[in-house]
Design a protein around this ligand. Structure first.
Ligand code: DGL
Length: 271
């Protein structure tokens, strides 16, 4: 039985999921968080569905061993390919939350204001068709146009943001015809909130670029409230584990979390 002050487990292929972790941390400061970034295996965005499922289930087991009341799949590539399998695997042991459903719910709530949605993400996320399928289930009149933008992840990790190189790459992707008519854009990847303002500027602020990390954190808060599982007090410090550690992961983690944090190496695959 999950208890209110049990930690929330969050996982991603690497450190990008820290954007979601930070949004959650700001909104729910009482919650203890155990983050796991699978830096041994990143990127997930180029992997097959089977491979993403097997990594996701392995990390979920680790987070369950830590006594987590929630497993939050912060990675879009894992949310779109492995959520059902992770949920089946977990059964009643914890609540399983992905980063796609909260955003789809938001789009569906605003359905009267939206005509055409763009979705950008990794190849694994876009090829799964998950966003388009879920939006069609609740708002079939909304046109969904999806496009993989795989260069954005290495670009952001290498620090190319708010400069000429990133402006050129953003322009090159987002001026394609798939994105021509959109009024709303879903940032379907952990890394993209970092360039959200730059993307808004590319569209002259005429496209509503959804702040996906914030939407997910808000939805998680509602779910915890609903299940009477909001923490009443912190049960311990946040932990940030990675399966492999290099100085560069340490340096970029701070950019994604927006505060300095200490990564701890915990290679669950070496056991
Ligand atoms: N975290 C991944 C996602 O949100 C992006 C990085 C990767 O490809 O592993 O899809």
């Amino acid at each position: 039985m999950a208890k209110k002050n049990d930690p929330i487990g969050i996982f991603d292929s690497g450190v990008g999921g820290l954007t979601v972790a930070h949004a959650m941390h700001s909104l729910l400061p009482n919650e203890q968080m155990i983050y796991y970034g699978d830096t041994v295996h990143l990127p997930y965005g180029d992997k097959s569905r089977e491979t993403i499922i097997s990594y996701s289930v392995g990390i979920t087991d680790f987070l369950l061993q830590q006594g987590c009341k929630v497993i939050l799949i912060a990675c879009n590539s894992a949310s779109s390919n492995a959520w059902e399998k992770v949920r089946e695997h977990v059964g009643g042991r914890a609540m399983v939350v992905n980063v796609i459903d909260p955003v789809v719910e938001q789009v569906c709530e605003d359905r009267n204001l939206i005509r055409s949605v763009g979705v950008i993400g990794t190849k694994a996320t876009i090829d799964s068709g998950t966003y388009a399928r879920r939006i069609a289930e609740c708002a079939s009149h909304i046109h969904v146009s999806s496009m993989a933008t795989p260069l954005f992840v290495p670009m952001i990790e290498e620090g190319f943001v708010f400069d000429d190189i990133s402006n050129a790459i953003i322009r090159s992707y987002l001026s394609r015809k798939e994105m021509e008519e959109i009024d709303t854009l879903i940032l379907g990847c952990t890394h993209y909130p970092i360039i959200r303002n730059q993307i808004s500027r590319f569209f002259n602020f005429e496209v509503n670029v959804l702040d996906t990390a914030q939407i997910v954190a808000k939805k998680l808060q509602e779910m915890l409230q609903h299940q009477d599982l909001l923490a009443t007090a912190r049960s311990g410090p946040d932990r940030f584990y990675v399966s492999d550690h290099t100085p560069s992961f340490g340096a970029i983690a701070g950019m994604f979390f927006n505060e300095p944090i200490r990564l701890e190496k915990q290679n669950i695959w070496a056991r």
